[in-house]
Write a protein that binds this ligand. Sequence first.
Ligand SMILES: Nc1ncnc2c1ncn2[C@@H]1O[C@H](COP(=O)(O)OP(=O)(O)OP(=O)(O)O)[C@@H](O)[C@H]1O
Ligand SMILES: [Mg+2]
Length: 254
Amino acid sequence: MSATDLLHIREIGVRFGGLVAVDGVSFDVRSGELVGLLGPNGAGKTTLLRLISGVVAPTTGEIHFRQERLNRLNSAARARRGIAMSHQIVRPFRNMTILENVILAAGSDITRSPWRAMARLDRKRLRETATNCLRMVGIAELADKMPSTQPLGVLKRLEVARALATRPQMLLLDEPLAGLGHAEAVLLADLIRDLNRSGVTIMLIEHNIAEVMRICERIVVLDNGHKIADGPSAQVMSDPVVVDAYLGEGAADA
Ligand SMILES: Nc1ncnc2c1ncn2[C@@H]1O[C@H](COP(=O)(O)OP(=O)(O)OP(=O)(O)O)[C@@H](O)[C@H]1O
Ligand SMILES: [Mg+2]
């Protein structure tokens, strides 16, 4: 394991009953990288990020983050060490404002119960952190709105802000651009690139290949739970094995 590796994954795998969702995947992510994670539907992308965030426990293999073995740590412990994940399906708390949603996420690293975190004396600090995160994703002026009144583009940014609120070193983004129109997807992709340039290491699942190729220098591709490619974006996307994997599913989502 090299000292410049932030994340070090070896032969990681998980089985759900008879289905091997991720099978013997190995790769490293260096500090400061922005890595695209591609693959057809059901390839194991979300499961791989969940293995990293600690939501899913591996059946095989090893995960190290900053030289520390993570295997036995739960997701709260991994969040405290600097790993945050945003989700494919946005589910904000509907009875709270946009700001309160981010405050809750900002406080969730303090105690296991986010509700107790809300009541803590350092509410002012949490509010500042949350406001700052909303500013970073460009929706600070919507802080007092209810999520239900907002379009998907805003909710997608809110989801990224919630992940940022834990001040992660590594951000795992699961299809942040899904469902957005072209202009909005470009804006959010720019924002992800800016976050990366500000020092956050990012792993990004996306079906929007054009945007992944635009902002990611490196792409990892999964198919059927296996890693089938890993390297510079243009090289990976012209690899016949990768082209085959996408054509194999009718390139429906590509
Ligand atoms: N908790 C679970 N229990 C059982 N099977 C699961 C579970 N999570 C995922 N799977 C299965 O594992 C496989 C990989 O799923 P995963 O969600 O990781 O794919 P994905 O690459 O993210 O796909 P998509 O692009 O559709 O989001 C699928 O066959 C899925 O049905
Ligand atoms: Mg997925």
